[in-house]
Design a protein around this ligand. Structure first.
Ligand code: ADP
Length: 334
């Protein structure tokens, strides 16, 4: 029933908010980015100025949005949230910028997808805290300079490579978020279980952590699915056996690869003989958008050593063939 599933979705999204770490020292993992940010924030605090603009890059679900909120919290500042795709017209951005109070944090998610006119407006805003608002059309159009409050922009991107040079250059600091270790993911699982009141033992935690593709958002999602299973089919407690049985139902394999990951590897091996094959061809073969395959699936498959990006296209490694229980063709000595 649609209403019910909408309700359930709101519930799950609220949970994501509940599970967000609020302070820098509550944030598990990312020691490098944390230390670097700490310095940026503390130095700005001592000088009494808003910190430099911050760019956070890395695959989805690694904590970029959470980190942006923490930056605002640590500064004692308000945060305004928007995203690249929402800033289609420069006017949308002008409205946001002119509503900022001094010291506010402006968070732009998926900043690589910002439209050109808005991006150009952002240059001046980031550099001089000024926007030029164009009034009217055609020969009668005039541009009115408008002062805006000094603010800190936090941008998040899953592909820093597709940011234009001028935009990238205007960030004073770029934090590269990395996949989490299993140990860190166990801490994330333990913390989320405590907040949600889920009974889970150490092995259950480790099992979920090990199958979460290095990603806290996946830990939280799998934890909830395993909890469902534990409540419906077991005595409510998440143990190793319960976690395994539940993850089987949800099609998450021992490495944490889901249906789409396996479809990508399956197409790459079975249909394209191991590659090399172009990303768009591969995406069509699995019926997904190229950007989803590229930004959601590939980073982890690369890190897991299953897929390689070569100048001629994507290639399945020996580990990929093995994981699918297939024998690579003899000439594929990769
Ligand atoms: P991104 O913006 O990179 O896609 P989010 O900040 O939205 O990622 O994080 C997704 C979810 O994962 C959050 O709701 C939060 O609960 C959890 N999460 C992310 N990073 C951490 C972390 N370091 N510690 C604990 N939970 C985290």
């Amino acid at each position: 029933d649609e209403t019910l599933s909408a309700l359930a979705q709101t519930g799950e999204r609220d949970l994501e908010t509940t599970l967000r770490p609020r302070k820098l020292d509550e944030f598990v993992g990312q020691p490098r980015v944390r230390e670097q940010l700490e310095l940026v924030l503390e130095s700005a605090r001592r000088r009494g100025v808003p910190p430099d603009h911050v760019l956070l890059s890395g695959p989805p679900g690694l904590g970029k949005t959470s980190m942006a909120m923490i930056v605002a919290a640590e500064l004692g500042a308000a945060i305004r949230i928007t995203s690249g795709p929402a800033l289609e017209r420069a006017g949308d951005l002008a409205a946001m910028l002119s509503n900022l109070a001094p010291g506010d944090v402006l968070f732009i998610d998926e900043i690589h997808r910002i439209a050109r006119p808005a991006e150009e407006m952002l240059y001046l805003a980031m550099e001089d805290f000024r926007v030029d608002v164009v009034v009217g059309k055609g020969p009668g159009a005039t541009s009115i300079p408008l002062e805006i409050a000094p603010f800190t922009l936090v941008g998040a991107t899953t592909r820093s490579g597709s940011l234009t040079g001028p935009l990238r250059d205007r960030f004073g600091f770029t934090g590269q978020m990395e996949f989490y270790s299993d140990r860190e993911l166990e801490l994330v699982a333990r913390r989320a279980a405590t907040i949600l009141g889920i009974a889970i033992d150490r092995d259950g935690c480790a099992e979920i952590a090990g199958r979460s593709r290095g990603t806290p958002r996946i830990v939280n999602r799998l934890l909830r699915r395993v909890r469902d299973y534990a409540e419906v089919r077991a005595d409510g407690k998440v143990t190793l056996e319960v976690a395994r049985a539940a993850l089987k139902v949800y099609d998450v394999d021992e490495l944490g690869l889901d249906r789409l990951d396996r479809a990508v590897l399956g197409a790459l091996t079975r249909s394209f003989g191991g590659g090399p094959v172009g990303i768009s061809t591969l995406a069509v073969a699995v019926g997904e958008e190229a950007t989803t395959v590229e930004e959601v699936c590939e980073p982890y498959l690369v890190r897991a050593g299953m897929l390689a990006r070569t100048p001629r296209g994507r290639v399945a490694t020996a580990a990929a063939w093995e994981h699918l229980g297939l024998v690579p063709p003899p000439e594929t000595g990769r």
